[in-house]
Write a protein that binds this ligand. Sequence first.
Ligand code: URA
Length: 240
Amino acid sequence: MLGVNSVPVGEGVPEQVDVTAGPVPVHVHAEPGVVATVPLPVMKRPEKIAALSTMDEQEVRNCTKCVLCEGRIQTVFGEGDPDAPIMFVGEGPGQNEDEQGRPFVGRSGDLLEKQVQAMGFERSQIYIANVVKCRPPNNRTPLTGEVDACSDYLRRQIEIIRPKVIITLGGPAAKLVLGVKEGITRIRGQWHEYPGVSPAVPVMPTFHPAFLLRQYTKENRAKVWSDLKKALERVGQDSS
Ligand code: URA
């Protein structure tokens, strides 16, 4: 499972936090290699935007933590609304994404956008990221060491955005985010949790749009739509 490391609790309680408001308001910044085990104060939108762009510009764009940096044209950080209720997580950039520096911009991206619209959102209203930020050679599945090297970026994106729901796309993304061994066919449609942040975020695994494009059957489309509807219900926006 992605990035559970140390627990730097007790770094000071921010003065502005209302201690009557809920769970222990210990102030822990989203630093690399650090996992919060107590709920963090939710950032305001401008803080989220600043934290995300600082991470992208100062860390991810120059990242050389694994060999994937050698083959990339550019990194693909992720994009969307920092207050998005739903965050989609794919496996890693492909050729189009590597060329454009944006996630899901090829045929899979077109299908994902249609799915997002069917859910009642525009693409700009959700957030899209990948497990790894650099394109693996020949679009192979990222290796464990590559995922480990990159995992903290995704964990911090999740921690900053605090989506109500994460939807993982495809088997590798589900396995990498959740640490499960079962294949996507077994786990899709069932609620899981991403425990790398506190409080843990509900995760709904579904098929990858590229798989759906390859096997565009009525049955597979119905399965994905059922998964997406479960996510919608969880965020309180039923599309039916
Ligand atoms: N597939 C992914 O998993 N991510 C992308 O960004 C594009 C295709």
